[in-house]
Design a protein around this ligand. Structure first.
Ligand SMILES: O=C(O)CCC(=O)C(=O)O
Ligand SMILES: [Fe+2]
Length: 305
């Protein structure tokens, strides 16, 4: 496949989004992945966030277990090492994670470790990356021949999840060869930051895996299944996976932006034609996400997100 394009988001702050819409549209249709530079989130915020993540995962196991996701009845809290299966039946993910939802929203509250500045650092970043993700939907809407603000009202009470992720060094295990088994993401848009360990791979249209190397300061963004469904498969939600690096740990921070639970997801008109009739019945974004999360966790984590 063509390589993952690098797209400068600077136009988001200048008002005119025509070029950005064209570039994003091309990336979303052809690759489903793009790097994002010029996004305006300060490098210092990003390094503070990673410092907090290192501290969190270094906590004693029982302190992390106290915050376990299974105790929150929601997609929030700690997911222990080797408990998640993104590629069911094939791979137990060799990773641990900490999930944070929209603070103050949803039936369950976020849980927090006793670590100074952790909550404020994470929530400050959450606000910034959420605003960026919503802003990116404007050039996307334009590319889809929609009003640029089409998605605004579908993303004003979003199901958004921030995940701190830690991958231990590679170990040779038949059941857990990957830190994250092959999967697609479930929502609209994922904005990912990684450290410099490498290991993210993206599957091209021809089935070949290509590396998505670390680019300092850039997000790796990808389309999720829900936006793919919204576009009647015109945009691609591309399979990807993570390989644990040999001899060192790997840290990343994923932000999954999903629409409001009650947003109706139905094919947008520009993506439907006689040659491409609507492929899916309409569904509420919340019902769609619930289905997908239950399959991954093996329990009903999808009561809210
Ligand atoms: O950690 C990464 O680099 C990617 C993680 C990922 O794909 C996911 O959590 O959905
Ligand atoms: Fe993913």
């Amino acid at each position: 496949m063509t390589s993952i394009p690098i797209i400068d988001a600077a136009e988001l702050n200048t008002g005119g989004i025509a070029q950005l819409a064209e570039r994003l549209g091309h990336a979303c249709r052809q690759v489903g992945f793009f790097y994002l530079t010029g996004h305006g989130i300060p490098a210092a915020d990003i390094s503070n966030l990673f410092a907090m993540s290192h501290k969190f995962f270094a906590l004693p196991t029982d302190e992390k277990a106290r915050l376990a996701i299974s105790a929150t009845s929601a997609n929030r809290g700690y997911v222990g090492l080797r408990t998640e299966t993104l590629d069911p039946g094939k791979n137990v993910d060799d990773k641990e994670a900490f999930n944070v939802g929209v603070e103050g929203a949803g039936p369950a509250a976020n849980v927090w470790p006793e670590l100074a500045e952790f909550r404020s650092t994470v929530l400050d970043y959450f606000d910034k990356v959420l605003a960026l993700g919503v802003a990116l939907h404007r050039p996307i809407a334009k590319d889809l021949d929609l009003d640029p603000h089409f998605f605004d009202s579908k993303l004003d009470r979003p199901m958004a999840t921030l995940r701190l992720l830690h991958y231990p060094p590679a170990s040779v295990r038949a059941d857990g060869q990957y830190g994250a088994g092959e999967h697609t993401d479930y929502g609209n848009l994922t904005l990912l930051l990684t450290d410099d360990a490498g290991g993210l791979e993206v599957r091209g249209l021809d089935g070949a895996w290509i590396a998505a190397p670390y680019i300092p300061g850039a997000f790796v963004c990808n389309i999720g299944d829900c936006l793919m469904r919204w576009t009647n498969d015109v945009y691609r939600s591309t399979p990807h996976r993570v390989i644990n690096p040999p001899g060192r740990d790997r840290y990343s921070v994923a932000f999954f932006l999903d629409a409001n639970a009650d947003a109706p997801v139905a094919a947008v008109p520009s993506c439907v034609s006689t040659e491409r009739p609507a492929r899916y019945p309409p569904i509420l974004a919340g019902d769609y996400l619930k289905e997908r999360l239950s399959a991954t966790y093996g329990f009903d984590a999808g009561k809210e997100t």
